[in-house]
Design a protein around this ligand. Structure first.
Ligand code: PEP
Ligand code: CO
Length: 454
């Protein structure tokens, strides 16, 4: 059947807000469709070829950012610290792999969330679930929780402001990592690997200086640091409004992001999300979890990429540390049997979410969603081992992280415990690694990938 940007409307579709104001939704989308896009087709093509290289093991994908961005966090400091942690992680990974790292943020548009249940009930009151700042607000209040189509415009504007600032920072030499004081390495002291980490960071600084001396210019100018954007392809009216044709290239492009992904909850054959995604030229990632039906996954991949285009499909597996050993090999074998080349990327976050009830401290007795550093690490380690054994390449990782000093995941060199969680628990949805935990993970991976073991 012919594809059009709105052909998804003929299919059943999950995870869409129940907008009461349909005329308002139509008007917001009509306006969105006239606004400038956020990214360009040539950037998307460049990313696609870099993802193809990651699939072959020539480059390595680092994808990370908030579970959901919030409008309140569209601030210079939050954006700068997120960029800083991603950049530093990428340098650390380059150090270990000796490969270029492709940096993709979960930012500039990651404003919508899928939810397991449509409504939330408190004290006998039922309200629509919070679905991200693009849809409604977090406060448990009827007017705040009612989906508001105007938020799509507010989200698009914030995505544009975020990306505008990211691009300026990157162009303006933000990548100035020569100063050791720029790396906040306090936590390193708490790690048994502190000497090694110190050596790693010093050596990164020295190689930058060496390169600059050779080339006679600042490292930021030697090779422009690219940041690409990604978000879950969830709110189809929004995605449709940003789907455009461009001069001198054929096909349709989602110009709201470089790299949309299909979430676990909407990866269904014969439904709207797969229909929409099959028509765009962007590279597409597909989340794969313990409940994924492998035959259906193969059909989805065939539908999204019938031509087997290089760099088109990334599989983000998020099985959980306890299930990956059982669940991942059959997926690898099934895709391998089709002869397709895909980029394998490990998301060690979404299969490792626990609810704990702190026994003491400020959050005593209140259940809270968290993730253990040890589980995250264990899933990555197993992912490396499984791919190694099966002859496939683990070409990337996908993290939920923030550059801020939050306390949402436990463990790491500082040894955060359940009792610490209440101190700086700020996520509106899933728990994120903080700056130190994210950098420490990158250091451990770097060590592992350079042959040093964990
Ligand atoms: C996410 O990436 O925030 C998410 C909801 O993931 P998944 O679809 O893998 O559950
Ligand atoms: Co999440």
């Amino acid at each position: 059947m012919d594809w059009t940007p709105d052909s998804w409307r003929k299919f059943p579709t999950r995870q869409q807000p129940a907008y009461r104001d349909e005329a308002g939704l139509r008007a917001a989308c009509a306006l969105l469709a006239t606004l400038p896009p956020l990214v360009t087709s040539w950037e998307i093509e460049s990313l696609k070829s870099q993802l193809d290289m990651a699939a072959s093991g020539e480059t390595f994908l680092l994808q990370g950012g908030d579970c959901a961005e919030s409008f309140d966090d569209c601030t210079p400091s939050a954006i700068t610290s997120r960029l800083k942690v991603l950049l530093q992680m990428s340098l650390v990974l380059t150090y270990g792999t000796r490969k270029r790292v492709v940096r993709v943020g979960r930012f500039a548009g990651q404003y919508a969330k899928p939810r397991t249940v449509d409504s939330e009930s408190r004290g006998g009151v039922d309200l629509p679930a919070y679905r991200g700042d693009n849809v409604n607000g977090l406060a448990f209040d009827a007017s705040v929780r009612t989906p508001d189509p105007l938020l799509l415009l507010r989200g698009h504007e914030r995505a544009a402001m975020t990306l505008n600032f990211v691009r300026s920072l990157v162009d303006g030499g933000f990548a100035d990592l020569h100063h050791p004081e720029y790396w906040d390495l306090e936590f390193v002291k708490h790690s048994p690997l502190s000497t090694e980490y110190g050596r790693m960071v010093r050596s990164i600084g020295e190689s930058l200086t060496f390169m600059e001396t050779l080339a006679g210019m600042r490292a930021s100018q030697i090779s422009r640091v690219d940041f690409f954007t990604s978000h879950e392809c969830l709110l189809l009216p929004y995605e449709q409004a940003l789907t455009r044709e461009v001069p001198r290239r054929s096909g349709w492009w989602n110009l709201s992001t470089h790299f949309p992904w299909l979430g676990m909850r909407t990866a269904k054959m014969g439904e709207g999300h797969v229909e929409y995604l099959r028509g765009i030229r962007n590279p597409v990632a597909v989340k794969v979890g313990p409940t994924t039906d492998i035959d259906e996954l193969l059909s989805i991949i065939d539908t999204l990429d019938p031509q087997r285009e290089p760099g088109k499909i990334t599989i983000i597996h998020r099985m959980g540390a306890h299930e990956i050993l059982q669940r991942l090999p059959p997926v690898i074998a099934a895709i391998g049997a089709t002869g397709r080349k895909v980029l394998w990327c490990c998301d060690p976050m979404h299969g490792n979410t626990d609810t704990v009830v702190p026994a003491s401290g400020a959050g005593k007795g209140v259940p809270v969603k968290t993730r253990k550093f040890g589980h995250i690490l264990a899933e990555i380690e197993q992912a490396f081992e499984i791919h190694g054994k099966m002859g496939t390449v683990l070409g990337g990782v996908h993290f939920e992280l923030t550059g801020e000093n939050v306390t949402e995941c436990t463990g790491g060199a500082r040894g955060l415990s359940d009792e610490d969680l209440a101190r700086a628990y700020r996520t509106q949805v899933d728990p994120r690694l903080n700056y130190e935990q994210a950098l420490e993970l990158a250091m451990l991976m770097s060590r592992r990938m350079s042959g040093g073991g964990w």
